[in-house]
Design a protein around this ligand. Structure first.
Ligand SMILES: Nc1ncnc2c1ncn2[C@@H]1O[C@H](COP(=O)(O)OP(=O)(O)OP(=O)(O)O)[C@@H](O)[C@H]1O
Ligand SMILES: [Mg+2]
Length: 352
């Protein structure tokens, strides 16, 4: 090595230029799907009919999903690749993966105790599932999150809006108003930041999510809720022979949700009921509906149950890719989801 090249190397080391990320190389930005190479007006129209309105959602598609558009597999692949490079998904180094992981944001649950066992709140880019019996507080939690996402980051929010897909017609504006007041935000403003859709069947539920990308982008949605994930599927797909198609559909639905959560760096929350299955060794065991499909696609699963009577609920972190199991108590009051004070803890028994 010559002296010159040493000097040159040193000069390079001293420059203030940030290290080039392989995420950034050759990145070309496309704003609309029509801007993507190979997407003419007719193809764009067909993509939109399939639910792909944004470059972000297209980046998360598979070439097989684009089959109905009528383009060749090769072309579908090129379109997806262009969309991916535009939003920066490609092979990445592990240190960059670490950086991406650092883009994960969190929303407070309203309970500091529960936030603590989930590492500071519910995270973006993955699905969090709340499961539990009737009245355990799953929908209350969903309502609360619609308020919390609107808070500024210093209060545990993301200054964002919420998308609420309601399958059981249990969304209540009155509760939103109470919780907004509880959080000290203007209810009239809060309701403007919740986009609501009622899903009438499982197919309708899937359709809503498949067509949600544009709404998510246009409204700065940072929280996507499906309450309940499984109710329609459970009532429509009855019997053993329906189990396989049900699971297949649920799988597709969950993957769409993950794709949206990643594409828009949003928190995804689903609720799920439970059934009790006779267990050979331990008596009746409580199991969430949906089996392995739902279990494997929800990164974080939280089991909610009542503590005898009253407002107290027990929240148990049952599965997380990187956190230990944990259990905490919280309460549901007029103001929403709150912590249980030390005095209350001392006077109230934990119940079952
Ligand atoms: N305004 C309120 N003030 C205090 N507690 C309330 C209020 N509204 C609802 N709750 C509590 O929340 C409970 C209902 O919880 P929630 O609707 O979240 O149940 P869930 O887990 O979604 O049940 P399901 O499986 O039937 O959907 C009520 O039984 C009550 O205890
Ligand atoms: Mg509910």
């Amino acid at each position: 090595m010559t002296e010159d090249s040493d000097v040159e190397e040193e000069a390079q080391e001293n420059t203030e230029e940030p290290e080039e990320s392989i995420l950034e190389t050759n990145r070309k930005k496309y704003q609309f799907i029509e801007d993507l190479p190979g997407v003419g007006p007719a193809t764009a129209q067909k993509l939109k009919e399939l639910g792909y309105h944004t470059v972000e959602s297209l980046a998360m598609a598979t070439s097989r999903e684009l089959e109905p558009v009528g383009v060749s597999e090769k072309k579908a692949f090129q379109v997806i690749e262009a969309a991916r490079s535009s939003i920066g998904i490609s092979f990445i180094r592990a240190d960059e993966l670490f950086k991406m992981r650092q883009t994960v944001l969190r929303i407070t649950t309203g309970s500091k105790a529960l936030d603590k066992i989930v590492d500071g709140g519910l995270e973006t880019q993955t699905i969090t599932e709340f499961y539990g019996e009737y009245g355990s507080g799953k929908s209350q939690m969903c309502h609360q999150l619609c308020i919390n996402v609107q808070l500024p980051p210093e209060r545990g929010g993301l200054n964002g809006a919420a998308l609420y897909i309601d399958t059981e017609n249990t969304f209540r504006l009155e509760r939103i108003v109470q919780m907004a007041k509880g959080a000290g935000i203007d209810p009239a403003e809060a309701v403007k930041k919740i986009i609501y859709a009622e899903a009438y069947t499982s197919d309708h539920q899937m359709f809503l999510l498949e067509n949600a990308d544009e709404i998510i982008k246009a409204n700065n949605i940072k929280l996507i809720i499906v309450d309940s994930l499984t109710a329609h599927f459970r009532s429509e797909y009855i019997g053993r022979e329906m189990l396989a198609p049900r699971q297949q559909k649920l799988n597709k639905h969950m993957h769409k949700l993950i794709a949206l959560a990643r594409a828009f760096n949003a928190v995804a929350v689903v609720t799920n009921q439970v059934m009790s299955k006779p267990d050979q060794f331990f008596g009746d065991a409580i199991h969430p509906i949906g089996g392995n499909i739902v279990g494997h696609t929800s990164a974080t699963r939280i089991y909610l149950r009542r503590a005898s009577h009253g407002p107290i609920r027990i929240a148990r972190l049952v599965s997380s890719p990187y956190l230990p199991e944990g259990e905490e108590i919280l309460k549901v009051t007029e103001n929403g989801i709150e912590d249980v004070s030390e005095e209350e803890k001392a006077t109230k028994p934990r119940g079952r």
